[in-house]
Design a protein around this ligand. Structure first.
Ligand SMILES: NC(=O)c1ccc[n+]([C@@H]2O[C@H](COP(=O)([O-])OP(=O)(O)OC[C@H]3O[C@@H](n4cnc5c(N)ncnc54)[C@H](OP(=O)(O)O)[C@@H]3O)[C@@H](O)[C@H]2O)c1
Length: 395
C-alpha cells in the first residue's frame, strides 16, 4: 500500500505550513469553513474562487481586501456588478483564471469545488508542486490515475480533506495497512426499506443526521453514493485494492475510519464531526495545533457499528463495480449521479430514480479509456447526456 502521491518539498515539510492559501469553492460549506480555519491559523488567503458572481461572494471578498477574486460563471451583466461592488479588488473571470491561481507555485490550494468541475484545478495545482488540500473527491473519482500522475510529475503534495480519508491518511502514515474500513453515518434513511423511500422529498433527503454540508453531498449521503465515491477516492489515494476496502455504518460519526494492520490489530481515528479539523490538518500537516473544534467526552459516547444495507442502498455496490471496471466507469458513475441529483432536487426524478439512472447510464456508457484529462471530461460529458435522456424517458 502506498501513501498519497507527491511532495515537491519532502512531504510534510513545515515550510508548507506558511504558504499562502487559495480557496476554490469559497462560497460553499467547505470553502466557508476553510476561511474560518485560515483566520484561526492567521494564514494569508491570496485568492478565492466560486462559480457565481454573487452578492455572497462580494461580501466574502470585502473581508479580504488583498485576495484576488475568481469567478467561472455568470452573465456579463452579473460579472460587471461584481466588479462594481469590489473597487480596488483584482477580479478575474473564466476557467483559465481559476487554473492560473491554482497553478501558481508555492501555494496551498484548498479545492472545495463541488463536482467534476474541480478536476482541472486539482491537476494544475499538483503539477505546479503545490500542496493540494482535496475536498473535491470527484477529482479522484473522475480521473484518479491522472491526478496521481500529475502529483508525481509536478511533485505536488495531496492531502485529503474528506474526514474519512484524512483519518486514513493519518492512520497509515508510516504504517502499512492490509485493509481500510470507511465509516458511514448511514444518512437520514438508515433503517428504511426500499418501499419506504419511494416518495421521500428533497427536504427529507437533505436532512443529514450528523453533518451540515452542501446539497449534492447531502443527497449523496442519503443514497450512499457518497460512500461509493469515497471508496473510489480511497482506492486512488492509498493504492488499495477494492477487495481490501470495507464500509461499516457508524451512525454517531465519531470514528472517522479504521485500518487493519498485518497482525490483525485495528487502529481507529476518533474526533468530533467538524470539518474544520481535517481542513486545518491539510494546512498544518505534519504539525498539529489547537483547532476550533470542541473536544468530546469519551465516557458519554455510545458507539455502534453495523453492516450497510446493500439491497436498499444499491449505489454502494454500483460504485465498487464501477471502480473495478476503471476510470471511465467511475467518471460515468459520478456524472450520472450529478445529473440525477439535480433532477431529484428539481422534482423531476424520485429518490430511488437516482440509483436507477446511475445503473442504466453505466450500462450504456461502459468504461471508455481515460488517458488524458480531456478524455475524462469527454466521458463526463457523454455520461451527463446519457443520464439526462434517461431522466427525460423516466418522467
Ligand atoms: N461539505 C462538507 O462537509 C464536505 C465534507 C467532505 C467532502 N466534501 C466535498 O467537498 C466538495 C464541496 O462540497 P460542499 O458541500 O462545500 O459544496 P457546496 O456547499 O455546494 O459548495 C460548492 C462550491 O463550489 C463552487 N463551484 C461549483 N462549481 C464551480 C465551478 N465550475 N467553478 C468554480 N467554483 C464552482 C460553488 O460556487 P457557487 O456558490 O458560486 O455555486 C461553491 O462555492 C465536494 O466535492 C464534496 O463532496 C464536502
Amino acid at each position: 500500500m502506498s501513501s498519497p502521491a507527491g511532495g515537491g518539498r519532502p512531504s510534510g515539510t513545515p515550510g508548507r505550513s506558511h504558504d499562502p492559501v487559495v480557496i476554490l469553492g469559497v462560497t460553499g460549506s467547505i470553502g466557508g469553513q476553510a476561511l474560518e480555519v485560515c483566520a484561526h491559523l492567521d494564514r494569508p488567503v491570496v485568492a478565492i474562487a466560486a462559480r457565481n458572481p454573487s452578492p455572497e461572494l462580494a461580501e466574502i471578498a470585502r473581508g479580504r481586501p488583498g485576495a484576488m477574486v475568481v469567478v467561472t460563471g455568470g452573465s456579463s451583466g452579473e460579472r460587471q456588478s461584481l466588479v462594481d461592488a469590489l473597487p480596488g479588488h483584482s477580479v478575474r473571470f473564466g476557467q483559465e483564471a481559476l487554473l492560473e491561481v491554482a497553478g501558481t507555485p508555492d501555494r496551498t490550494v484548498i479545492n472545495g469545488i463541488v463536482g467534476a468541475a474541480g478536476l482541472r484545478a486539482s491537476v494544475v495545482a499538483l503539477e505546479a508542486g503545490n500542496r493540494l488540500g482535496l475536498a473535491n473527491k470527484e477529482s479522484l473519482v473522475v480521473a484518479g490515475r491522472l491526478v496521481r500522475a500529475a502529483a508525481e510529475r509536478g511533485r505536488g503534495e495531496l492531502i485529503p480533506i474528506d474526514s474519512e480519508h484524512s483519518a486514513l491518511f493519518q492512520l497509515t502514515s508510516g504504517h502499512p495497512a492490509r485493509r481500510l474500513v470507511l465509516t458511514a453515518s448511514g444518512g437520514p434513511f438508515r433503517g428504511r426499506s426500499r418501499a419506504d423511500l419511494d416518495d421521500v422529498s428533497p427536504e427529507q433527503a437533505l436532512r443529514h443526521p450528523t453533518w451540515v454540508m452542501g446539497r449534492r453531498i447531502s443527497i449523496d449521503s442519503a443514497t450512499l453514493v457518497n460512500k461509493g465515491l469515497e471508496v473510489i477516492e480511497a482506492h486512488h489515494l492509498f493504492g488499495v485494492a477494492y477487495d481490501d476496502i470495507d464500509v461499516v455504518i457508524h451512525p454517531q460519526s465519531v470514528v472517522h475510519s479504521l485500518v487493519e494492520m498485518a497482525d490483525g490489530s485495528m487502529l481507529a481515528h476518533l474526533g468530533v464531526a467538524d470539518m474544520r479539523v481535517p481542513i486545518q490538518y491539510a494546512l498544518t500537516h505534519p504539525e498539529r495545533v489547537p483547532s476550533l473544534a470542541t473536544p468530546f467526552r469519551l465516557a458519554e459516547l455510545d458507539l455502534t457499528f453495523e453492516p450497510p444495507d446493500r439491497d436498499t442502498f444499491r449505489a454502494l455496490d454500483l460504485a465498487y463495480a464501477a471502480g473495478r471496471a476503471g476510470d471511465g466507469a467511475t467518471a460515468a458513475f459520478n456524472a450520472a449521479d450529478e445529473v440525477a441529483v439535480e433532477a431529484f432536487l428539481g422534482g423531476r426524478l424520485g429518490f430511488l430514480g437516482i440509483t436507477q439512472v446511475i445503473e442504466l447510464a453505466l450500462e450504456k456508457v461502459g468504461s471508455p479509456p481515460v488517458d488524458s484529462v480531456d478524455e475524462a471530461i469527454e466521458v463526463d460529458r457523454s455520461a451527463r447526456e446519457t443520464a439526462a435522456s434517461l431522466i427525460a424517458g423516466v418522467c
